[in-house]
Design a protein around this ligand. Structure first.
Ligand code: FMN
Length: 341
């Protein structure tokens, strides 16, 4: 069924098809119909960050930036749903076109630039949803907030989403907001992590609820840089790391139509880089912090590879566009079939 839908959707521009799919998934969710589209994954519960997940396969950030279709995605069988990236104020993002499909490579290039309706709207959408499962809210900074003031934007979002999220992802790795990725390094990273840790303690006391914080990183660091990030995260008291966001590399798509578009590359070509980042993190962290893996899962076995590399949970974006909801169950099954599980 998804193959037919995909043939129709892929005739439209990527962004029109994205908007239409989101509307359909949202409407299906409100009517409670999405469970009919795909066979539900078997229960495969895991506990990570102190949270209970019905299965370890989640929706990655960026597909539902405003939380418009939370119920719909949950009904498709995801074990958790991450919405956002959301910024303090609404912003339009970059001029269109800003998403490009590279079907020969099962890849996407995007330079959306955090188009979103702002954090207050997102909270209203969370309130309107009836989802009771694990909800991640991914936060970022407005494009016109100078990077030296980025911490302010993260704290505004943290304050606002705190009581609405199961966990909160701090996105310092999108390539489409100038300067954002510099927050992954050295003193900038340390200052951000310290500020988040202090504010989280205040919020935990005020609300009598400790919401886990995850930091989402890029696949484009050297192994040495990734190791430094791992050390900083361990020291900071953060609860998880998400590896990875999209890549700036064009390895694996050279010569294909749209390969030279600016933006972050996702899907199959980022798979190895992302898995390598997971391996380096796992080596450094030695089980002291859970890793959530994203990047290039287009078949069930790729999800199992991420777990074998040291991840506790996985997330999917591009694979969902190319393969549809069946990839969720395929991934859950492949992980459940791993030796020792
Ligand atoms: C069109 C598009 C928009 C995205 N927007 C976001 C975003 O807003 N925030 C974020 O943290 N990641 C965003 N991502 C990155 C994905 O969450 C994911 O980390 C990345 O695409 C790698 O996974 P994949 O290969 O399964 O797509 C976006 C990806 C795509 C393709």
């Amino acid at each position: 069924m998804y193959n037919l839908a995909r043939q129709l959707l892929f005739k439209l521009s990527p962004e029109t098809s994205h908007d239409l799919s989101l509307d359909l998934i949202g409407a299906g969710g409100r009517l409670g119909l999405n469970g009919l589209l795909t066979k539900a994954p078997a229960r495969s519960p895991v506990t990570v960050m102190g949270l209970q997940f019905p299965n370890p396969v989640g929706l990655a950030a960026g597909l539902d930036k405003n939380g418009a279709a939370i119920d719909g995605f949950a009904q498709l069988g995801f074990g958790f749903v991450e919405i956002g990236t959301v910024t303090p104020r609404p912003q339009p993002g970059n001029p269109k076109p800003r998403i490009f499909r590279l079907p020969e490579a099962e890849a996407i290039i995007n330079r959306m630039g955090f188009n979103n309706l702002g954090v207050d709207n997102l909270i209203n959408r969370v309130r309107a949803s009836s989802y009771k499962g694990v909800l991640g809210i991914n936060i970022g900074k407005n494009f016109d907030t100078p990077v030296e003031r980025a911490v302010d934007d993260y704290l505004i979002c943290l304050d606002k989403v705190y009581t609405h999220a199961s966990y909160i992802t701090v996105n310092v790795s999108s390539p489409n907001t100038p300067g954002l990725r510099s927050l992954q390094f050295g003193d900038s990273l340390k200052q951000l992590l310290d500020a988040l840790a202090v504010r989280r303690e205040e919020l935990a006391l005020a609300h009598n609820k400790r919401v886990p914080l995850a930091i989402k990183i890029a696949p484009d660091m050297t192994d040495e840089e990734t190791a430094l990030v791992a050390a900083a995260l361990l020291e900071s008291g953060m609860d998880a790391v998400i590896a990875t966001n999209t890549t700036l590399s064009r390895e694996g798509v050279e010569g294909l139509a749209h390969a030279d578009e600016a933006g972050g590359l996702s899907g199959a070509p980022v798979r190895e880089k992302s898995t390598n980042t997971v391996k380096v993190l796992a080596g450094e962290m030695a089980g002291r912090m859970p890793i959530i893996a994203a990047g290039g899962i287009t078949e069930g076995r790729h999800a199992a590879e991420k777990i074998a590399a040291g991840a506790s949970l996985v997330q999917i974006y591009s694979g969902f566009i190319y393969k549809g909801p069946a990839l969720i169950r395929e991934s859950v099954d492949a992980i459940a079939a791993m030796p020792g599980r």
